[in-house]
Design a protein around this ligand. Structure first.
Ligand code: ADP
Length: 235
């Protein structure tokens, strides 16, 4: 269970989050959408302790988030991965296991994302798509009840994309709560149980895709989101 209560965040004089209230207490896939700069990454970073909100509270599993001890209960895929570039892929994954302990799913995930084809390559030599696969495996290695995916599909080839979607579905069936940001509307349409649309630092819409289509009188999620995005331009 994740709850954001009255979260505010300003960078200097720029208000980025202006009173975000969101509760995720059911398993499911929740797409966090909004125009560039609307505050999605800042909200996720607040949860992960990488940004300190100016006001508000974050509750995790019924407890007020204070230190960083909750971090092992959340799998987090950052938008931009920073790796120890001189390690090889397999050295890097073993390095994570040395820190977090055995019992990871790295072998299974390495097969899912085809990492074994380049496991001996140094991280600094990888292509963008390869880096994203390593990012995914390292983020999803441990079995956690909450999964946060910030733009997970960037650079992935079609097979990796299909495998990622299947993995996300499987995790949802296992009862996980998955928060996802993406600009790829096909992914949202295929996967999301609910859409959360953030506009100018506030939750502008939250609900199912069906409700969104009926409210916006559009035929598909892409059109509905385009309509919500045009609100910002009009305002
Ligand atoms: P989104 O993920 O929705 O595209 P972000 O949360 O990354 O948006 O950014 C929201 C706004 O906050 C942007 O205007 C961005 O420039 C600003 N911002 C984000 N991080 C910082 C930071 N560390 N310092 C100053 N401004 C920031």
């Amino acid at each position: 269970m994740i709850e954001f209560k009255d979260i505010e965040k300003s960078f200097g004089r720029q208000a980025v989050l202006s009173g975000i209230n969101l509760k995720f207490d059911q398993p499911g896939i929740f797409a966090i959408l909004g125009p560039n700069g609307s505050g999605k990454t800042t909200l996720i970073k607040s949860l992960m302790g990488m940004v300190f909100p100016s006001a508000g509270e974050i509750w995790i599993d019924g407890r007020l988030k204070k230190g960083n001890e909750y971090r092992n209960s959340i799998a987090y895929l950052p938008q931009i991965a920073r790796f120890p570039e001189n390690l090889s892929v397999s050295e890097f994954l073993s390095f994570i296991e040395n820190i977090r302990g055995q019992g990871s799913r790295k072998e299974e995930l390495s097969v899912v994302f085809g990492l074994n084809d380049f496991k001996d390559k140094k991280l600094r030599t990888l292509s963008g798509g390869m880096r994203q696969k390593v990012n995914l495996v390292s983020a999803l290695m441990y079995d956690t009840h909450t999964i946060i995916l910030d733009e997970p599909t960037i650079g992935l080839d079609p097979i990796a994309l299909i495998n990622l979607k299947n993995w996300i579905r499987k995790e949802k069936e296992a009862g996980k709560t998955i928060l996802l940001t993406t600009h790829i509307m096909d992914i949202v349409q295929e996967l999301a149980d609910e859409i959360v649309f953030i506009l100018e630092g506030k939750v502008y819409y939250r609900g199912s895709q069906e409700e969104l289509l009926s409210q916006t009188q559009t035929e598909n999620t892409e059109q509905a989101i385009a309509q919500l995005l045009s609100l910002q331009k009009a305002s």
